[in-house]
Design a protein around this ligand. Structure first.
Ligand code: ZN
Ligand code: ZN
Length: 316
């Protein structure tokens, strides 16, 4: 089978054998996969990962010990936890210290004809939800994690910093949940990508008017701005991971008694339910779909300035 691999700091299409699923895993024929900023970071050296890239995907189960799944269209939680350690038993499998992460840590990813994933991680996608929408389950789950972690009140003014893919998806999910959302970014034309969800837009972060600020710029300046525009006793949710450390004076965090919460992977089952309801449709973010055979070009395209979502048709 074909696979888009990262090896020796290069990416290339390789011929690989179809992977053999372990007892606890299923074999999935991938139909569509999404290129994420994390993939681009991996190519730059993030996590030191070598192997098949890709963690956002939808596909059809071909082999599984759970025969009810065979032939079903599925997405997968990307964290493959041990299920036995103290962290897993405390109910935090996304933080299992022994975990493999699909296409990111020690486990081959989805930019390939086939992938294996733990059967317990799979969520069946209803027929009403096309591949072009289901492929967003992983980033939508990450966006929904914010509402899992922090109890937001309906009348709060929420600011999302950053109008890249993640910022847009976070804004969509919060607006859909009825919150008053202001998206701050440099691409006002992207407002049209938000579909029917009502979001305010600003090209400049305004002074202290938000009770919650979500930092999704991927840029250290985002945290510095968040600290300035959040109200005293407010919250900052940090969705960005930064390349490296930076100079940051957290004085305002202390003076204004700000709560900071880091946020990463979320509930994939809730993401599938939301996407299937049609209330949130991130397919408006798709800029181009490439066949897997042109995966190297797809990654280059996704790296271009101004480009949002690039997909890979893994059947070609
Ligand atoms: Zn991703
Ligand atoms: Zn564990």
């Amino acid at each position: 089978m074909k696979a888009l691999c990262h090896k020796n700091k290069k990416i290339c299409i390789e011929e690989k054998p179809v992977p053999a699923p372990k007892e606890t895993e299923s074999l999935i024929k991938v139909t569509l996969a999404g290129v994420c900023n994390t993939d681009i970071e991996i190519v730059k050296g993030y996590m030191g990962f070598e192997g098949t890239l890709g963690h956002e995907f939808v596909g059809v189960v071909e082999k599984s010990s759970d025969t009810s799944l065979i032939g079903k269209r599925v997405v997968s939680d990307i964290n493959c936890a041990c299920g036995e350690c103290e962290t897993c038993r405390r109910g935090h499998p996304h933080h299992c210290p022994h975990r493999e992460v699909i296409g990111i840590v020690k486990k081959d990813g989805a930019f390939a004809t086939y992938i294996t994933a733990p059967t317990k991680n799979l969520v069946v996608v209803p027929d009403t939800c096309p591949d072009q929408i289901a492929v967003f389950a992983e980033p939508v789950a990450a966006a929904l994690e914010i509402q899992e972690q922090v109890k937001l009140k309906q009348d709060e003014a929420i600011c999302v910093l950053g109008d890249g893919k993640l910022g847009l998806i976070i804004a969509m999910t919060l607006a859909n949940a009825g919150f008053d959302v202001t998206l701050v970014g440099h691409h006002p034309e992207r407002l049209s990508r938000l579909g029917q969800n009502m979001v305010n837009y600003a090209t400049q972060a305004l002074d202290q008017i938000f009770t919650t600020v979500i930092e999704a710029t991927g840029n250290p300046q985002g945290l510095i701005t968040a600290q300035k525009i959040v109200l005293p006793k407010g919250k900052i949710i940090l969705n960005s991971t930064y390349h490296e450390g930076f100079n940051f004076n957290p004085a305002l965090i202390v003076i204004n008694e700000i709560e900071i919460t880091g946020s990463r992977c979320g509930p994939i089952d809730k993401a599938v339910a939301l996407l299937s309801s049609g209330e949130v449709d991130p397919s408006t973010l798709i800029d181009k779909t490439y066949p897997l055979s042109e995966g190297v070009q797809a990654i280059a395209k996704a790296t271009e300035k101004g480009v949002l979502k690039v997909l890979l048709d893994t059947t070609q």
